[in-house]
Ligand binder design. Structure first.
Ligand code: ADP
Ligand code: MG
Length: 462
């Protein structure tokens, strides 16, 4: 029928504008490398902030004692405590609790958000068992993983540049987030020192390095996306401080804000961006990360519905922004049942669309595939950009260099098609020989443990 033809035209056109041939991905990678150089050269020199983290050494394995971490980055936040055994001791014991953040706390006042977090932390601390007790006479110490763009002024202070990922509290912007947290801890009557403020990428890098010494890059693919890596301090022209003893500095790229004319963006991406809380910002994040994939998918499906793909009226639920989360999209994408039962059930339960034909459900799966594949391949291209900047995209004569990338985030962890597509694409980009020297490791909750480790190595009581 005419309706079917029209819907298929929309899918075809969308697919065409999402294409990511290797030649294009290499241009994206080169653009990423160029922007990295520009962001390191001067403050404001690039869309990539390339933030200096004040982490000039990663965990050594000698960290010892009880440390807390608090991880705030998306829809959930986590509190954890770890008991570190010191040299060769490893992690003796760890406990964590995950708490969801009520949406009204994400857009209310600064004090409300931080009070909520501090109260949950206080509850968690109150449940500390005897074998977790801190060294006597010392206040407990905390590593604060805060996954938003922050301009650090030291290892334990930094001002918020802007919110991302659905958070929007104007009065916090420009404030020191450690001071905000510390005030909230005081209001709770909880004695605890924040000894490290780290981005989740930096926490993941630290946690990854503790587990595997070859880790030099970390990437988060969760609600949002970001990357960090170990840079030579001398390769950071905008750094005017003393050169650290290690000669190195961890850089928080804030790669979510990358953009390039080489990115294959569609009319749907443009509309999503224009209607978002942060128009014009985080363009790369908006095509690769978990907060947005399901929403892109919904927008295309909605466009098809306007051409009567689901009958004469557009199903009302389908018009609701963000009603289709990436977990649902991934469940449909992974549907292996012969009649695509998972697709049918989700359409019915979430969108109140019933009576779809198998043929229609197949097109819907294809749509998931287009959106996920583009995101995964573009994140592989970004990774190639980092490897190029580090000189690790080639093999040097006589060198046995190993590069391990620590990856974390719900999208990478749970969206298998995405993960596979990313890993295959990276192989394709690097070639067989180089590929053998590069490994991706899933760093399960490395960011929280990493923050605790950095809080230990930057303890004020050493
Ligand atoms: P955050 O990024 O908020 O710190 P996570 O790393 O846990 O948290 O990532 C959560 C995100 O991962 C979700 O917002 C969602 O986009 C994505 N995600 C979670 N589960 C799945 C899933 N089963 N399939 C695809 N994506 C998922
Ligand atoms: Mg996270």
């Amino acid at each position: 029928s005419g309706k079917w033809v029209k819907a298929m035209e929309i899918v075809k056109e969308f697919e065409e504008s999402c294409r990511t041939p290797i030649s294009k991905l290499k241009q994206v990678a080169d653009a990423m490398t160029v922007e990295m150089h520009a962001g390191l050269a001067s403050e404001g020199g690039s869309k990539l902030k390339m933030l200096i983290t004040y982490v000039d050494s990663l965990p050594t394995g000698n960290e010892k004692g009880l440390f807390y971490a608090l991880d705030l980055g998306g829809t959930n936040f986590r509190v954890l405590r770890v008991l570190l055994g010191g040299k060769d001791g490893g992690i003796l014991k760890q406990q964590f609790k995950e708490v969801s953040i009520p949406p009204n706390k994400m857009t209310g006042s600064s004090a409300e958000l931080f009070d909520y977090i501090a109260a949950e932390l206080a509850k968690f601390v109150a449940q500390e068992e005897d074998d977790f007790k801190p060294t006597s006479g010392r206040p407990r110490e905390l590593g604060f993983t805060f996954s938003f763009p922050v301009m650090q002024t030291s290892i334990a202070s930094g001002t918020l540049l802007r919110w991302t990922k659905g958070f929007s509290i104007d009065e916090t912007v420009g404030q020191d987030v450690v001071a905000e947290l510390t005030k909230a801890l005081e209001r709770q009557g909880l004695e605890m020192r924040v000894s490290a403020l780290v981005n989740d990428t930096v926490g993941t890098l630290a946690g990854g390095k503790y587990a595997n010494n070859d880790v030099v890059v970390s990437v988060i693919l969760g609600t949002g996306s970001n990357a960090a890596y170990v840079e030579r301090a001398q390769a950071i022209p905008k750094w005017h401080g003393l050169l650290p003893k290690s000669g190195e500095m961890v850089i928080n790229m804030e790669w979510g804000n990358f953009r390039s004319s080489h990115l294959p963006l569609t009319e749907y991406d443009q509309a999503l961006d224009a209607e978002s809380l942060n128009p014009g910002e985080q363009i790369y994040e908006k095509v690769i990360s978990g907060m947005y994939l399901g929403e892109i998918f919904r927008r295309v499906l909605c466009r098809m519905a306007e051409e009567a793909f689901f009958g004469d009226v557009v199903p009302p639920k389908l018009k609701e922004p963000f009603i289709l989360g990436t977990p649902v999209m991934s469940a449909m994408h992974h549907d292996t049942s012969p009649d695509l039962k998972v697709v049918a059930n989700n359409l019915k339960d979430i969108l109140e669309i019933s009576n779809t034909s198998l043929k229609m459900r197949k097109v819907i799966v294809q749509l998931c595939d287009i959106v996920a594949t583009r995101g995964a391949r573009l994140s592989a291209a970004g990774l190639l950009g980092i490897l190029k900047k580090m000189g690790r995209d080639t093999i040097k004569e006589g060198e046995k260099q190993k590069t391990v990338i620590a990856m974390d985030g719900g999208l990478y962890e749970h969206y298998e098609e995405y993960r596979n597509s990313l890993e295959n694409c990276l192989k394709e980009l690097l070639g067989e020989e180089v590929c053998k020297t590069i490994k991706i490791e899933h760093s399960n909750d490395g960011s929280g443990i990493g923050a605790a480790l950095l809080s230990a190595s930057h303890s004020q009581y050493l």
